[in-house]
Design a protein around this ligand. Structure first.
Ligand SMILES: *[C@@H]1O[C@H](CO)[C@@H](O)[C@H](O)[C@H]1NC(C)=O
Ligand SMILES: *[C@@H]1O[C@H](CO)[C@@H](O)[C@H](O)[C@H]1NC(C)=O
Ligand SMILES: *[C@@H]1O[C@H](CO)[C@@H](O)[C@H](O)[C@H]1NC(C)=O
Ligand SMILES: *[C@@H]1O[C@H](CO)[C@@H](O)[C@H](O)[C@H]1NC(C)=O
Length: 563
């Protein structure tokens, strides 16, 4: 009896204690100081809130918790209060390990950011329970080893970021064998000596991997079969820059022929891997900057018919570019060849097989002259030839003209980026050394010609021109080539070009070619006829020279090239 009487109150006491303990946990959500909790969006934000543990009093329905930038050392167990989590950010904390039970109840989690912690290894059940997760960011940790079944449950993951860790190689190459949806794998900034072929081979087949980053590792050699053919249909983006690659075996890229972007910059290649790349006919972007090859041979980028963007900068030994280097790359749009200290000349017409070229940078090379005939100017939108040791003679008159245009525009005190033209400086001849091209008097760049040359050239031109026109008329040609400006009031006479057959309309006049400093100013420009005289040296239809210099904006559609 005494026993029973004593038992009842103590049982009540226990009940009260249990109630006190449980209530705040389960039904009354508490938002810790320096956190923002919203019940409408079910989001709790505790970024940089000085927390040392994962708060356990948040709304248990919470779907998004941001705990970035705290001092949390472990997430094991504490997350089990939140079964509805979709998004968890524990980046920038002090987590040292992810244990088996950390995420067991997070079957709905889609996004996990555990980057910028001190994680050194991933245990065998690190991600157990993450059945829906799509993104796992583990970058900026000190991960060296990844145990066999750590990713066993994460079938849906699309992005795994293991960059900026200390992975030397994958001891367990089958560690990703369950990730059937993986699209992006970041492995850059690790310590790998080789392409992780075993890991890739063990991805579920067919492999869905589209992006693989391997830059900033210690890879020396890309062997044949480094990339398994099970990934050949998916892999589009591959980065191998900032390694120490000195050789690529002949068939190394044959199995990844759908690549669109390949970065091989900052390696130790002493040759352009022409043959190795030639299977990559879907490639649109290629970067070979920062290597040590010394020349670009004819058709160096053979079969890269779809190449759009090519980077060839920081090549300390590059001396020679063949005029046929880019002939296979007819879709080339942007070429960047900057800071090549040994590159003293590029051949004329080197880009004439690349009619789609819109952006060319030759900044910071050792070019002494840049001829206008290097470039297919009628399509170009941007051309940078600054920081070259230019010889200021009449070959660069066209650049001088552009510089004048730019200077004139720069007088308008509006918000405008620093124009590249002040950077165009003369390195020779002696008396012009160090001067800005823009400050030169026109006489310094004007082409002087003796009267004999003028007479001979004019005579030849006239003869050739007359012969061509007469020939075309006799042959019954349409006369298209020989039109002049339409002028109905002026009966055709004297000039054979004007005698168009009756009823034949001359085709529209050729476009005016303009080189503009920047897209934004084009409108100011076209309004002002006086400015058009600057374009004249390159304007027009060379087949019928008298049409060239018409500054008549109303009949000729300006074709604008931005520089
Ligand atoms: C993860 O967090 C870091 C630092 O807070 C951030 O820089 C990174 O972009 C985040 N990762 C993703 C995938 O959003
Ligand atoms: C690779 O090139 C870098 C810089 O050009 C050089 O310091 C390094 O010794 C080279 N490494 C190898 C393995 O050739
Ligand atoms: C041309 O390429 C340079 C270098 O990549 C880039 O900075 C610039 O924005 C590009 N310009 C155009 C018009 O595409
Ligand atoms: C101007 O100088 C360049 C570089 O030395 C030279 O190649 C070119 O022939 C010169 N042009 C003329 C018209 O002398």
């Amino acid at each position: 009896m005494g026993d029973a009487r004593g038992w009842v109150p103590s049982s009540r006491l226990v009940a009260v204690l249990v109630w006190v303990l449980l209530v705040p946990l389960s039904s009354v959500a508490i938002c810790p100081p320096r956190c923002t909790c919203r019940d409408d969006t079910l989001a709790a934000t505790c970024a940089d809130a000085g927390l040392e543990v994962v708060p356990i009093q948040l709304n248990p329905e919470v779907e998004k918790i941001d705990l970035s930038g705290n001092r949390i050392t472990a997430v094991a167990f504490t997350l089990s209060f939140y079964n509805e989590l979709r998004h968890l950010d524990v980046s920038r904390n002090r987590i040292q390990s992810l244990r088996g039970k950390s995420f067991e109840s997070q079957s709905r989690l889609l996004f996990l950011n555990a980057s910028h912690n001190h994680i050194t290894s991933l245990g065998k059940d690190a991600f157990r329970g993450l059945k829906s997760v799509k993104v796992i960011d583990l970058s900026h940790n000190q991960i060296e080893t990844i145990q066999d079944s750590s990713f066993k449950d994460v079938h849906e993951v699309e992005v795994i970021d293991l960059s900026h860790n200390e992975i030397i190689y994958f001891e367990e190459p089958a560690v990703l064998k369950g990730v059937r949806a993986l699209k992006t794998l970041y492995l850059n900034h690790n310590q790998m000596n080789d392409v992780p072929t075993g890991l890739l081979k063990n991805l579920p087949s067919p492999c869905s991997l589209e992006t693989l980053t391997l830059h900033s590792n210690l890879i020396e050699l890309i062997e044949d079969k480094s990339f398994p053919s099970s990934c050949s249909n998916a892999l589009k983006i591959l980065t191998l820059g900032d390694n120490v690659i000195r050789d690529i075996e002949a068939a190394a890229f044959d199995s990844v022929c759908k690549l669109t972007t390949l970065d091989l910059s900052n390696n130790n290649l002493t040759f352009v891997p022409t043959q190795q790349l030639s299977k990559l006919n879907q490639l649109t972007r290629l970067d070979l900057s920062g290597n040590t090859f010394s020349e670009l041979r004819p058709v160096a980028f053979q079969s890269l018919f779809n190449l759009r963007v090519l980077r060839l900068s920081r090549l300390p030994r590059m001396r020679r570019v063949d005029s046929r280097t880019f002939v296979d790359n007819m879709h080339l749009e942007t070429i960047v060849m900057e800071d090549n200290p040994e590159l003293t000349r590029i051949p004329t017409r080197v880009f004439h097989g690349n009619p789609n070229l819109i952006n060319v940078s030759l900044r910071g090379n050792a070019l002494t002259t840049v001829d206008v005939s290097h470039f297919p100017l009628d399509g170009l939108k941007s051309l940078d030839v600054s920081e070259n040791p230019l010889r200021c003679n009449c070959s660069i008159q066209w650049l001088w003209t552009l510089a004048q245009m730019e200077a004139k525009l720069a007088k308008n005190p509006s918000e405008r980026p620093a124009p590249p033209y002040p950077r165009l400086k003369c390195a020779s001849p002696k008396h012009l050394k160090g001067k800005s091209v823009v400050d030169l008097p026109e006489s310094a760049v004007r082409c002087e010609t003796s009267w004999i040359t003028v007479a001979v050239v004019t005579g030849l031109m006239l003869a050739l021109f007359g012969a061509t026109c007469v020939g075309l008329l006799l042959w019954g040609g349409s006369g298209r080539l020989c039109r002049t400006k339409q002028d109905p009031g002026d009966p055709a006479q004297g000039d054979p070009c004007r005698r168009l057959p009756p009823g034949l309309h001359p085709s529209p006049p050729p476009p005016i070619l303009m080189l503009m400093p920047d897209k934004r100013y084009s409108e100011d420009y076209v309004k002002n006829d006086a400015d058009l005289k600057y374009m004249e040296p390159w304007v027009g239809d060379l087949r019928c020279p008298q049409n060239e210099y018409s500054p008549d904006v109303t009949t000729r559609k300006p074709h604008i090239v931005y520089v």
